[in-house]
Ligand binder design. Structure first.
Ligand SMILES: NC(=O)C1=CN([C@@H]2O[C@H](COP(=O)(O)OP(=O)(O)OC[C@H]3O[C@@H](n4cnc5c(N)ncnc54)[C@H](OP(=O)(O)O)[C@@H]3O)[C@@H](O)[C@H]2O)C=CC1
Ligand SMILES: O=C(O)C1=N[C@H](C(=O)O)C[C@H](O)C1
Length: 258
């Protein structure tokens, strides 16, 4: 059986370094290239290290695993497809318009791909459960909690959760019509009336609560990633599924039997 040949972009980061170890331990995968930033080495883990994405054009690889930064997520994913690599992207920071454009490009290129705001299976389930709950509890707020090195807010997971709930929930204002904020931002960010609150603290990894309120009752859904190993099962699954896929999908739920 041919091994799936993988490039890891952002290989020295918190996620990238964990993903490299996962790939090296998996018999079905082969690490073939690494993309870094301001690199001084030309080789690591027995494969070439590149400083610029353009240097990877022509490399024999099936998958571009992107775990870099929100500022380059879109251009990296576009580049990967233009170069013929199937993107598997954990990097956050895409707008809905950018995702739509990348799906369109994947159809033109006949390439499978995946942008997954969260690879942890429990987080994917919470997103799906939230979509079900929002049909019956349309008043909802999200609290996402992350480590203090996180660059983007709100998290990609919180945004995707809100987008999924918006598919089944009528947009409406939440809270008192005459409420005021004596400190700006006290009520959080707003997405179609839903509020999103971002907490950043040392010691945290990645956590999210979705709080629903109804008449005389409440429902809270919570997921915790205590370690980055929580994302690796989903990355491995995404890589395998993308090899059979005919276009780019947004969300790991598309590859699960839900
Ligand atoms: N989908 C999911 O399940 C998960 C997604 N994430 C997302 O993944 C992304 C990375 O997270 P994390 O590993 O914590 O972040 P880190 O900052 O720890 O790692 C990012 C790495 O990418 C490198 N990098 C930045 N820009 C470029 C570039 N243009 N080309 C190549 N490499 C680059 C950085 O290098 P340098 O430090 O030198 O700038 C760094 O080594 C974030 O968007 C995060 O939200 C995180 C966890 C789970
Ligand atoms: O930056 C992180 O750490 C994470 N980013 C993703 C997000 O923004 O949702 C996934 C997970 O929450 C960890």
């Amino acid at each position: 059986m041919n091994k799936v040949k993988i490039i890891v972009a952002g290989y020295r980061g918190k996620m990238g370094s964990e993903a490299v170890q996962m790939i090296l331990k998996n018999d079905e995968f082969e690490l073939v290239g690494l993309l870094g930033h301001h690199e001084v080495v030309s080789e690591a883990f027995g494969v070439p290290v590149f400083n610029k994405k353009e240097e990877l054009i022509g490399l024999s690889a099936d998958i571009w695993l992107d775990l870099t930064a929100p500022s380059v997520a879109y251009e990296n994913t576009r580049f990967a497809m233009e170069a013929g690599f199937r993107p598997v992207v954990g990097t956050t920071g895409f707008t809905e318009e950018e995702v739509t454009e990348l799906v369109r490009l994947s159809r033109v290129k006949h390439l499978g791909g995946l942008i997954a705001p969260n690879f942890a299976l429990g987080a994917v389930l919470v997103m799906q459960f939230s979509k079900i709950a929002a049909q019956y509890f349309p008043d909802v707020e999200i609290i996402e909690l992350h480590h203090d090195a996180k660059k983007d807010a709100p998290s990609g997971t919180a945004l995707k959760t809100a987008e999924l709930m918006a598919q089944v929930r009528q947009a409406h204002y939440q809270g008192a019509a005459n409420e005021t904020e004596s400190l700006a931002g006290a009520r959080g960010a707003e997405f179609e009336g839903m509020r999103i609150h971002s907490v950043r603290l040392p010691g945290l990894v990645a956590h999210q609560e979705v709080l629903f309120g109804g008449k005389g009752e409440g429902l809270t859904l919570r997921h915790d990633s205590y370690e980055r190993s929580s994302f690796m099962t989903g990355i491995a699954l995404g890589i395998k599924k993308v090899m059979q896929a005919k276009e780019l999908y947004y969300g790991l739920e598309h590859f699960l039997d839900l």
